[in-house]
Design a protein around this ligand. Structure first.
Ligand code: ARG
Length: 570
């Protein structure tokens, strides 16, 4: 039973308004004492030219009894609706059990493509802790949009173009060790070469000229240099795959900046032909002073393209290739201006789809404890942080559950999950300080707490299956036993997960889901302590077991959408 739909119809006939108008006015009050659903009647004051309190009273009168609701109250301009507890329990539980891992999914995105660009690492630069937010936020958004029926295309817009690759060629030819790079931590070896180049170039400035010449050879696709350039990318991607594997992240495309190099001339010509760009002090720019922004540089005075030029080409390519409904760029807020500029340029080019390009920005992350493994270059590698998380978790598990079978595997799921969950537990724009103690706390608002709660629900179900081998499992469920406060709060938390998923997609805020997961978990734990799940009465037991199962599914779905695995034993 869809309570909202039933209520919408009843309210439409009582008010004489269209269902499509009154439906969206129905809210879920934050405080359950104000009903499971509510209609704020001040929204109707204009239409009916009456005081909200009077409208509420009259509507209550006209509604009389509404199926599925046990009580309707008119209070202070609000109409509050209380669902019939048994009917509500039956509805929520059967919905979750029928949908399983598809709980909260929909087909509203069917036939529409969404590009989600995230991670977007730079070749021969560290894949550091500062990249974690774009990586996990993007992955979560991809999963959320997939869940809502959209077809997503995940893109890692590699930073793989620019004069630094000339430097890399020079450095490699002088000091590189192929074997060491291929068999070790390739990215770190390449970063070390890059650092060495800068040290040496201080003393021997002519190295910079050599680097420029080398980059020119890459631009000309000189076979030896081009091969080396590709190899830098290949070994880096192979190296970072370790991090993506730990996180369970994949990409549909690694088309980075270099991919757009041959698409530059057409963009430059188009900007010229449309009269948008102009030459200023030898540079080709798009003047944006009218929009209170500095000019967007298209070509530097030496004729080379820049980051923004490639982004313009990439946006156009994505539209042509994927015909996106939306194109998301999960990139730190430091680049706010860059995105505003090039989105504006797209708009000036006459692309109405520029409005569908969204910069999903986010704040900075810092580590509370910087002391571990800050190797040369001050970079904290994400791989090190993940491995530290796994190690620390393994210690905790060894203490807490020494008999657990697959400790290493669980330590990976929980350690990585702790990190991911803590990054996605707050509004994305807030700067964030990561703390090991907080993130790994099994009793806090953390990934491990949610995973632990899920594992607890699995253990309840295992015990129930064991106890009910005789077949009592099949007992008819007595939903009326789920009307105590703890059960009702749990049902309500589970029931509002789909709303949280939709809101997360709309606002690009996975934390709305992680918070809901924690709400479900604490409600489940309260339910677990307040009630005897393995009650002697088979119908009572069946009801509580069913609710446990529904809670577990909801937690697992929520965890998956923010990017966490859910081990069944911990
Ligand atoms: N590689 C860039 C960096 O690490 C981020 C790329 C962002 N995406 C884009 N389309 N500009 O800063």
């Amino acid at each position: 039973m869809d309570f909202k739909a039933v209520l919408t119809d009843a309210l439409a006939s009582a008010s004489g308004l269209e269902a499509q108008d009154i439906g969206p006015m129905i809210e879920t009050p934050a405080n359950p004492e104000l009903g499971d659903l509510a209609l704020p009647c001040f929204k109707l004051a204009k239409t009916f030219r009456k005081a909200p309190a009077l409208i509420a009273a009259e509507l209550k009168e006209k509604l009389g009894y509404v199926e599925g609701f046990s009580r309707i109250e008119a209070v202070g301009g609000y109409l509050n609706f209380f669902t019939d507890k048994s009917a509500f329990a039956r509805t929520v539980i059967s919905r979750v059990l029928t949908q399983g891992d598809k709980y909260g999914s929909s087909d509203e995105g069917a036939g529409r493509n969404v590009c989600v660009e995230y991670s977007s690492i730079n070749i021969a630069k560290p894949f550091g802790i500062h990249h974690i937010t774009t990586t996990v936020l993007g992955n979560s958004l991809k999963r959320i949009y997939d869940h809502l029926g959209f077809h997503t295309i995940s893109i890692n817009h590699l930073g793989d173009w620019g004069t630094q690759f000339g430097k890399m060629i020079v450095a490699y030819n002088l000091w590189g060790d192929r074997e060491k790079i291929e068999n070790g931590n390739s990215m770190r070896e390449l970063v070390a070469l890059y650092v060495k180049f800068h040290e040496e170039a201080e003393k021997h400035p002519e190295l910079n000229d050599e680097a420029r010449a080398a980059f020119h050879r890459i631009e000309m696709h000189e076979p030896a240099d081009w091969a080396l350039f590709q190899w830098f990318k290949d070994v880096t991607l192979k190296d970072v795959a370790k991090v993506y594997d730990l996180l369970g992240i994949t990409f549909d495309s690694y088309a980075g900046e270099s991919f757009y190099e041959d698409k530059m001339p057409a963009i430059i010509k188009e900007l010229e032909d449309k009269g948008i760009s102009k030459v200023d002090k030898g540079m080709t720019i798009v003047d944006l002073s009218e929009y209170d922004m500095p000019p967007c540089i298209i070509l530097k005075s030496d004729g080379s393209t820049i980051y923004a030029t490639r982004d313009i080409a990439a946006a156009k390519y994505r539209k042509e290739t994927y015909d996106f409904y939306k194109s998301l760029y999960v990139v730190a807020y430091q680049q706010n201006l860059h995105f505003r500029q090039f989105f504006k340029v797209l708009e000036l080019m006459g692309y109405e789809w520029a409005k569908d390009c969204v910069h999903v920005n986010f704040g900075m992350i810092s580590m509370e404890d910087m002391t571990f493994s800050t190797r040369k270059g001050n970079a904290i590698y994400l791989e090190d942080v993940l491995n530290t998380a796994i190690e620390k978790t393994l210690h905790i598990i060894e203490e807490k559950s020494p008999n657990l079978e697959n400790k290493e595997e669980v330590a990976r799921q929980v350690g990585v999950g702790a990190l991911v969950f803590s990054v996605l537990y707050n509004n994305r724009i807030k700067d964030y300080t990561f703390s090991w103690d907080k993130s790994l706390n099994f009793d806090g608002e953390t990934g491990p707490y949610a995973q632990y709660t899920y594992a607890r629900s699995c253990s309840v179900l295992r015990k129930a299956a064991e106890a009910d081998k005789g077949g009592a499992c099949a007992a008819a469920i007595d939903y009326s036993v789920l009307s105590d406060d703890a059960s009702a709060a749990l049902l309500r938390a589970i029931d509002t997960l789909p709303e949280a998923i939709r809101a997360a997609a709309e606002k690009y805020e996975p934390y709305l889901i992680s918070r809901k997961v924690i709400e479900i978990c604490s409600a489940f734990n309260k339910f677990y302590y307040d009630n005897r799940i393995m009650d002697d009465d088979a119908a009572v037991r069946a009801a509580r077991v069913a609710l446990t199962k529904a809670a577990g599914i909801a937690i697992r779905v929520g965890l998956f959408l923010v990017g966490l695995e859910a081990p069944e034993r911990m």
